[in-house]
Design a binder for this molecule. Sequence first.
Ligand SMILES: [Zn+2]
Ligand SMILES: [Zn+2]
Length: 172
Amino acid sequence: MIIDVEKLPKEGRKISEDFEFLSVALIEESAVFLKPVHTELTMKKEGEEILIKGKIITCFSLICSRCLVPFESFVDSKFDLIYLPEELELIQDKLESDDINKLFYYNGKIDIEEVILEQLNLVFPAKPLCSDDCQGICPVCGKVIRDSECVCVTKNSALRLKKLKMFIKEKS
Ligand SMILES: [Zn+2]
Ligand SMILES: [Zn+2]
């Protein structure tokens, strides 16, 4: 969806739509879209600036970086962006300091799908985790510890305790 900046109505434009993307467009390689991206946003022109305020809601499947089990990750994120025309990029270093984080649009157009994709790519954690206390995979048996498929930890500590008790007994 390409928006022609010149054609934006004075009162701004509201967009409420579901966008479908290919999962390969995401920077997180393990991410797979489970739903289209529901988008609500308003675009308004103020002088040279284009203000975009919006909200995206979707759901991904990600792979946990510790246990390697896929899990669902919900996105409900808001953003507030300011775009400037490309001419101003040339004098970027002369812009005021609070203008540094502003984005630029080219040829008088803004691609809404590109904006959304960029926002989505910002929400991914560097290391996705199925839960904060995910214990990952057991180095002994290679099974996922969370699923209690792995009994190594309990077996080992029970064994150690038994040995310790025997040791103490022998000493006394
Ligand atoms: Zn995990
Ligand atoms: Zn184990």
